[in-house]
Design a protein around this ligand. Structure first.
Ligand code: S3P
Length: 172
């Protein structure tokens, strides 16, 4: 069993993933961290030094490496991982892999991301909460097509505990 969490930045992929892995007693991986470990650079550094296209290629490569292993794990993808190349196809046709979309509202995402935008290269330049809200609304509209290809959609405007309960109830 491999559980892959996907969704927009700020949807709780990392917090939920860490806790879900603990509950299931299996390892947790975060795709951004795996990319950072491999290249010895942070995600913002990769974006500014090598560009977004390079980062997107690394996401697919590192994801495919992880999927090859026989290990059971919970993996949080980056917000954009499912939206490039044929990532959703790769994920969905792989036996033993379940993709879970953490679906949060534009309002929730805006409130969560505004104080934490500095570390996220795609939104760091947005000055006001209103600008961020506008950006997320448009961006989500484009990305929802990919996110909705996940096997399971879970509402993520609630707490980590509630999200985990919903995932566990629907999976087992
Ligand atoms: C991105 C999301 C980030 C990270 C990078 C790009 C995106 O991950 O991969 O900054 O395109 O949405 P998180 O969703 O974990 O913040």
């Amino acid at each position: 069993m491999k559980l892959l969490l996907l969704g927009y930045m700020g949807s709780g992929k990392t917090a939920v993933g860490e806790r879900l892995a603990e509950v299931l007693d299996i390892p947790f991986y975060d795709l951004d961290l795996e990319i950072e470990k491999g290249g010895q650079k942070s995600v913002p550094e990769i974006f500014s030094e090598k560009g977004e296209i390079y980062f997107r290629k690394r996401e697919v490569e590192v994801l495919q490496e992880l999927l090859k292993s026989d290990e059971r794990f919970v993996l949080s993808l980056g917000g954009g991982t499912p939206c490039y190349g044929n990532v959703m196809q790769i994920i969905n046709k792989r036996a033993g892999v379940t993709s879970i979309f953490l679906k949060a509202s534009v309002e929730t995402l805006t409130h969560r991301l505004f104080p934490a935008k500095q570390h996220r290269p795609l939104i760091a330049h947005l000055q006001t909460e209103e600008e961020l809200n506008d950006f997320i609304r448009k961006h989500l509209f484009e990305r929802n097509f990919y996110y909705h290809q996940a096997a399971l959609t879970v509402h993520a405007d609630t707490t980590v505990r509630e999200i985990i309960s919903e995932i566990v109830a629907r999976l087992f």
